[in-house]
Design a protein around this ligand. Structure first.
Ligand code: SF4
Length: 297
């Protein structure tokens, strides 16, 4: 069945798991940066801004009876908040007007957009219900970030993230297990846990590094084993000293599904990880390499 009021998408289109029930408008295509060595999400998409008039047509196609039920909107693609401020405000005003009961507008936010927009600009977005940003920190360690070619330093973006949180925009921060390979694992764990503890984001997601349409990064690191990855997750959980952080490690790339609040649920999560570590040791799985390090996977 063709639903003629669905927005026009180009694929692949990614969204966070927690936006499964949100209405998605793709106001940009691709990623404005697109140079991270580990990321193949938008390798074959050229970055572009969707003109306001096109977005307007997509919204207008949706019957009012559906629009009135929309509570959450996610703006795609990879870094939609990099949209020039004047245009983004126009889009947000329009969405608020046409979806009067929307409660949350969210987007992925790359470090460059976070840094480039001033706090006054973020205040204007927040007034228009842009109140959740998904931010891929990946690692709190600058050496790891350099290897990944993230184009940012974790200590530089940290104060800006804290300032944006203070005006009421929440962050969902993503970190990556195995991001530093075997060699930088300790530094990755230590600096990532410290960054998260100091920023205390509302949400924290932990994924595992895996090959997706781009292999460059994996040629540079000594890939961790299943045991290394689970040990790393244990150390990160153990060292986060924040409070009330809603923590999820339930991506398809993870070996152990973890859900809780940090650090309130820390002991329970550590017990779960200890049990898993004991199990993989007993079953000779500790030194195995995950299947998703194979390119053909
Ligand atoms: S990780 Fe994020 S910022 Fe880096 S290329 Fe991929 S989508 Fe763009």
């Amino acid at each position: 069945m063709i639903i003629d009021y669905a927005p026009d998408y180009t694929y692949p289109l990614y969204r966070p798991p927690s936006e499964a029930y949100s209405l998605i408008f793709q106001i940009t295509e691709g990623c404005s940066y697109n140079k991270c060595t580990f990321c193949g999400m938008y390798v074959d998409k050229k970055f572009s801004l969707k003109p306001f008039e096109k977005i307007k047509i997509e919204v207008e196609r949706m019957p009012e009876k559906y629009r009135l039920n929309v509570r959450r909107i996610f703006l795609a693609d990879g870094d939609a908040v990099s949209y020039p401020t004047e245009g983004l405000i126009k889009i947000l005003d329009y969405l608020n007007d046409r979806f009067p009961y929307v409660e949350r507008i969210s987007s992925y936010a790359g470090p460059h957009a976070i840094m480039k927009k001033s706090i006054d600009e973020w205040v204007e977005f927040k007034k228009r219900k842009l109140n959740l940003l998904y931010f891929g920190l990946e690692s709190g360690n600058n050496e790891v970030l350099e290897l990944m070619n993230k184009g940012m330093k974790s200590d530089k973006v940290k104060p800006k993230v804290i300032d944006i949180q203070e005006i009421g925009i929440n962050f969902s921060v993503m970190i990556i297990l195995g991001a530093g390979g075997k060699l930088l694992s300790d530094a990755h764990v230590c600096d990532t846990a410290l960054w998260i503890s100091q920023v205390n984001p509302k949400y924290l997601g932990m994924l595992t590094l895996f090959i997706r349409r781009k292999k460059d990064y994996f040629d540079k690191i000594q890939t961790p084993t299943v045991g290394d990855l689970i040990t790393e997750s244990r150390k990160i959980v153990e060292n986060i000293n924040g409070s009330g952080i809603i923590f999820r490690s339930n991506h398809i790339s993870n070996f152990v599904t973890l859900k809780g609040v940090l650090k309130e649920d820390r002991d329970r999560l550590l017990n779960q990880l200890d049990y898993t570590l004991e199990y993989i040791r007993k079953n000779d799985l500790f030194d195995k390499y995950p299947d998703y390090y194979r390119e053909e996977f």
